[in-house]
Design a protein around this ligand. Structure first.
Ligand SMILES: Cc1cc2nc3c(=O)[nH]c(=O)nc-3n(C[C@H](O)[C@H](O)[C@H](O)COP(=O)(O)OP(=O)(O)OC[C@H]3O[C@@H](n4cnc5c(N)ncnc54)[C@H](O)[C@@H]3O)c2cc1C
Length: 481
């Protein structure tokens, strides 16, 4: 062997050893990172960690941006986590925090930030003087108190001694220039890959043709709900996951409206459940009227598929309780299909509509799933059906918020209930058992009336500590509107 061959062989061996050591160090840092993040209740004392990415998201945009940010930082083994998954001790472990925080409505925090506010923000201020942070604030200037929640968190961080790496980046209605500015700042400070961040922004905007539209609840007392089937005009067929959103450009009107996708890509089509919206004065909603009356089979429509990672199904075979009402079945159907494709059948669906005889969206499919054991349990609550006692007298539940058992109905007034929260209350022992067995909870449908009542009922069933743990650990997820 010549001297030069020997030198080359030595160089190769040294390079391989270096790569191995670097890989081991990366693996160790990832394990420490995971340990620190995944068990936020028992954060180990693992010394200082480089960087964490946290988000607070209402409709999934901040969560998706946080994931893009984390993916553009491969050297840091970062994963995006909900803000409520952290605690003061854990915050003190990191040198740097990247926060992507949405503000909803008039300066309000996203629902998912509630445990953080209750347990970290309201608690004794931790000493974060060793912490630097970068903050991306998502908001909408049409509302008062623009980016109010992010400003509130920034003030708190500074009160705790943390210092900004750069001035907070404010993004009005997902303005691209502000997002590009953010990715450049991340690139500058962390050698992040701005091209990964930009390339990740595959808007997946495509043309779809309405193949079929059917009224899904003929004869119902509820507002008409339509089942839409749309086929892609582009190849290859777009990809999306259960829980993702179809953002539809109502081109004639220059507006955009979001709908939960009820299907998965394996069906080759987008399925939607669209309820005709009516304002209090009877004026039809712009987007829903266009989709259910103006758009005709054969017409095309522009749809942007939006990832909604905060509402994706768990990858493991944990039990899942799906709760929803009305068009909320759309998002839940796609999630359940995804679980079934992975062979996970510990699914409990609790679903509310008005009348069993008329509101049977995907009714045959749900019945078949239950029959075949794909749904471990199916409980449906039809709020306008009249239950009868054993003497044949009509029974009525109290108002939506009253969880008392049903009473024999008085002659006047339509019997009300049950709603999904009544089912939860009646099944409380079983719900508690599922939760203790590690169940995740997904809620999809009406924010007012359903989601808030489910929230209160679940809290009363689980108890404050378990309820907070569910939210902190991302086991309680909502997609409500
Ligand atoms: C994540 C998500 C998933 C949804 N999934 C479904 C579903 O599966 N099925 C379903 O029927 N509905 C769904 N919706 C509701 C749907 O997006 C529309 O709000 C609904 O169809 C009424 O819109 P409209 O244009 O008919 O009524 P409009 O009267 O035009 O709007 C209703 C009200 O909401 C406001 N509004 C609605 N969307 C926007 C927006 N993008 N920007 C600003 N203001 C807005 C309007 O200003 C108005 O006050 C979902 C909403 C969200 C956020």
């Amino acid at each position: 062997m010549t001297e030069s061959t020997l030198r080359l062989a030595l160089a190769i061996v040294l390079t391989l050893v270096w790569c191995l050591l670097a890989f081991k160090a990366w693996q160790r840092s990832r394990q420490r990172y995971k340990a620190a993040l995944h068990d936020s209740d028992h954060t180990p004392d693992t010394g200082t960690l480089e960087l964490a990415v946290f988000y607070a998201s209402q409709t999934g945009t901040a969560a998706a941006l946080a994931e893009r940010t984390a993916r553009s930082l491969p050297g840091y083994a970062a994963v995006a986590r909900p803000l409520s998954a952290t605690n003061p001790k854990q915050l003190q472990l990191f040198k740097t925090l990247l926060l992507i925080l949405s503000t909803s409505g008039e300066g309000d925090p996203p629902d998912m930030a509630a445990p953080f506010l209750a347990h970290v923000y309201e608690g004794p201020p931790p000493d974060l003087s060793n912490l630097r942070y970068g903050l991306l604030a998502l908001g909408d200037t049409r509302y008062r108190n623009y980016c109010g929640f992010a400003v509130r968190i920034e003030n708190w961080l500074q009160r705790c001694g943390a210092r900004p790496l750069f001035p907070m980046v404010l993004v009005n209605q997902q303005q691209t220039s502000a997002l590009t500015h953010w990715s450049h700042l991340i690139e500058q400070h962390f050698q992040a890959d701005a091209t990964t961040f930009a390339a990740d922004n595959t808007p997946a905007t495509r043309q779809w043709r309405l193949r079929e539209r059917t009224l899904s609840n003929p004869g119902s007392l509820g507002k008409p709900c339509h089942h839409l089937i749309l086929e892609s005009l582009d190849q290859p067929t777009a990809r999306w996951r259960g829980g993702d959103i179809a953002s539809i450009a109502i081109a004639d009107l220059g507006i955009q409206r979001d709908y939960s996708i009820a299907s998965l890509p394996d069906e080759g089509v987008i399925r939607l459940l669209v309820r005709e919206h009516l304002a209090a004065d009877g004026t039809p909603g712009l987007g829903s009227h266009w989709l259910t009356h103006t758009l005709q089979p054969g017409d095309t429509v522009t749809i942007t598929l939006r990832s909604n990672p905060g509402f994706h199904a768990p990858d493991t075979d944990v039990p899942v309780i799906f709760i929803g009402n009305g068009t909320g079945l759309a998002g839940l159907r796609a999630l359940i299909r995804e679980r079934l494709a992975q062979g996970h059948t510990r699914n409990w669906l609790i679903y509310g509509e008005r009348q069993r005889a008329h509101d049977q969206h995907y009714g045959n499919e749900l019945a078949a799933w239950e029959r075949n054991g794909y749904l471990a349990r199916l409980d449906q609550a039809f709020s306008r059906d009249i239950a009868h006692d054993i003497q044949g007298h009509p029974m009525a539940y109290g108002p939506a918020d009253n969880l008392a058992p049903p009473q024999t109905a008085s002659c006047s007034g339509a019997p009300a209930g049950p709603y999904v929260q009544h089912v939860l209350h009646i099944q409380r022992t079983e719900i508690r058992r599922w939760l203790r067995e590690g169940a995740w909870v997904y809620v999809c449908g009406s924010r007012t009336g359903m989601a808030d009542a489910v929230d209160r009922t679940l809290k009363s069933i689980a108890g404050q500590a378990l309820f907070d743990q569910l939210r902190r650990n991302g086991r309680y997820r909502q997609d409500v509107y």
